[in-house]
Design a protein around this ligand. Structure first.
Ligand code: ATP
Length: 480
């Protein structure tokens, strides 16, 4: 629900996860900055994806291509001609909408009206999918008018015609203005992989089937970009292109669909929060496509796409560049342009998913009957920004010195946070709020028997362990 979503956004800002970009100038629409805990969490998600894809798959290697690419890249990829969304303006409110989002928002409202509404919503969405698939803009406009879909900010439905809006940002490269060429900020990382296909295949001596993974920034001038980091104009993608023999795309599509879902579940997120959504309207490059959707507080939404891209990209790059992009398959003694299965996930969207899953406001009654509460992030320990809080119970009696020693032993191995200020309960709460899975407290007993308490974030239970056990125990608990 929307309240929960707003609480998550506030929490993300208050605890240094995500800030609006250039906030002192009132922000920049749909652009965000990651703070100290946010950048750490984002890095941990990124590293986990990278390790799962490259280190754990012997036939997948990585690259790091430039954001700027030769302008012909985007002709060949079809983005110059096709990478656009249908847009409509409300003449009275002067508000602009992406057509499918406008209709989807209306369907969401219908769904709140019980079984009948849900049926209407499903029919509406099915009709929309068909019309979108045919690029039938007149039909879409009629659908909006027939369903009396109104603009969110006013009760009028006085609409302009629907037109295509290209999402690519352009800029000039070169210092002399009349020689400068228009180039684009990449709207996806995939093309950097395709143009390097042979470089990678040859230098890493890869044999089909094999994959190339890449993580990097992508830019899209989204028509309406609200919903926090769900839809941004500058964001980060984690993409993998898997090159295969033509004709095997169905089996590899199924393989990656299941493999990617398993990756999500490996983070401890329950399966009922996920579902697959098959595309009716296929992108210009695909012969099959689906979204992995997650139940965000704003409803089931796409977090990752699996696309069967055929030989569309390599074939077109071959045509536009005049360079051969074929592979010689020694098993069948044939040259061919490989087919491609793509897995594409937004790092920022995955971050939002993790945060949405982790965020909880807990209240309970203490033994003495008084109420208590906390906000806690149940982050998977392996990706939490800080793994271990280290706290001397008091600032005196030599306790800080012992805590400092523990800090020095542990910090080369995982991220620790030392704190001696405020009451211990308050310190625990601050760690709960940023998702620190474990806290060590050094107390007076430590001086007698070299044991400390380790507190578990989720259960709030504490146990005593020997100082010498801390490092190994935490390392064990934060391994996925
Ligand atoms: P939509 O239809 O919602 O605009 P899309 O189908 O165009 O999205 P893809 O091109 O498949 O998205 O992009 C792959 C992934 O990149 C998405 O699943 C999503 O996680 C992420 N992504 C795409 N656009 C954005 C954005 N504007 N902000 C954040 N992440 C994005």
């Amino acid at each position: 629900d929307n309240n929960r979503f707003q609480s998550i956004i506030s929490h993300a800002k208050e605890y240094g996860f995500v800030f609006p970009s250039s906030e002192i100038y009132d922000g920049l629409s749909a652009v965000y900055d990651y703070g100290p805990h946010g950048s750490e969490l984002k890095k941990n998600i990124r590293d986990y994806w990278w390790k799962s894809m490259t280190q754990m798959h012997e036939n997948i290697v990585g690259i790091d291509a430039a954001i700027f690419m030769h302008p012909t890249t985007w002709k060949a990829s079809g983005h110059v001609d096709n990478f656009s969304d249908p847009m409509i303006d409300n003449k009275d409110s002067k508000k602009r909408y992406r057509v499918d989002h406008l209709i989807e928002a209306h369907a969401d409202k219908l769904k709140e009206k019980g079984a009948d509404g849900e049926k209407q919503a499903d029919e509406l969405l099915a009709t929309m999918d068909q019309l979108l698939a045919n690029d039938d803009f007149a039909g879409l406009k009629k659908l909006i008018e027939d369903n009396k879909i109104v603009c969110a900010v006013s009760e009028t439905s006085n609409w302009t015609e629907i037109r295509q809006f290209n999402l690519m940002f352009s800029t000039q490269i070169g210092s002399v203005s009349d020689e400068a060429d228009t180039i684009y900020l990449r709207p996806e990382t995939a093309q950097g992989i395709f143009v390097n296909f042979l470089n990678v295949q040859k230098t890493a001596r890869m044999k089909i089937p094999f994959g190339i993974a890449q993580i990097g920034k992508a830019f899209r001038n989204e028509i309406v970009a609200r919903q926090f980091i769900f839809r941004m104009r500058e964001f980060e993608q984690m993409e993998m292109q898997f090159f295969i023999k033509p004709g095997t795309q169905k089996e590899w599509y199924d393989y990656w669909k299941e493999t990617r879902l398993k990756w999500h579940l490996s983070l401890g997120i329950p399966a009922d929060k996920y579902r697959f959504h098959d595309h009716v309207k296929l992108a210009h490059y695909a012969d099959a496509a689906l979204d992995i959707e997650y139940e965000f507080p704003i409803g089931f939404k796409e977090v990752e796409g699996i696309h069967s891209r055929t030989d569309f990209d390599l074939g077109n790059h071959q045509k536009y560049s005049g360079k051969k992009l074929t592979y010689f398959d020694t098993e069948i003694n044939q040259h061919y342009v490989p087919y491609v299965i793509e897995t594409s996930i937004g790092l920022d969207r995955m971050f939002l998913l993790i945060l949405s899953h982790a965020y909880e406001e807990e209240t309970w009654t203490k033994e003495d009957g008084s109420p208590d509460s906390r906000v806690v992030l149940h982050l998977p320990p392996a990706i939490a920004p800080i793994k271990l809080g280290i706290m001397p119970l008091t600032k005196k009696d030599g306790l800080p010195e012992i805590a400092r020693e523990i800090m020095n032993t542990c910090k080369p191995h995982f991220r620790c946070f030392y704190e001696e200020k405020d009451a211990i309960g308050k310190r625990y709460r601050r760690q709960d709020a940023i998702g620190t899975p474990f806290c060590i407290t050094v107390d007076h007993q430590t001086k007698e028997d070299q044991t400390v308490t380790i507190r578990h974030r989720d259960s709030m239970q504490q146990e005593r362990i020997h100082i010498s056990e801390i490092k190994a125990k935490v390392l064990d608990l934060i391994t996925l």
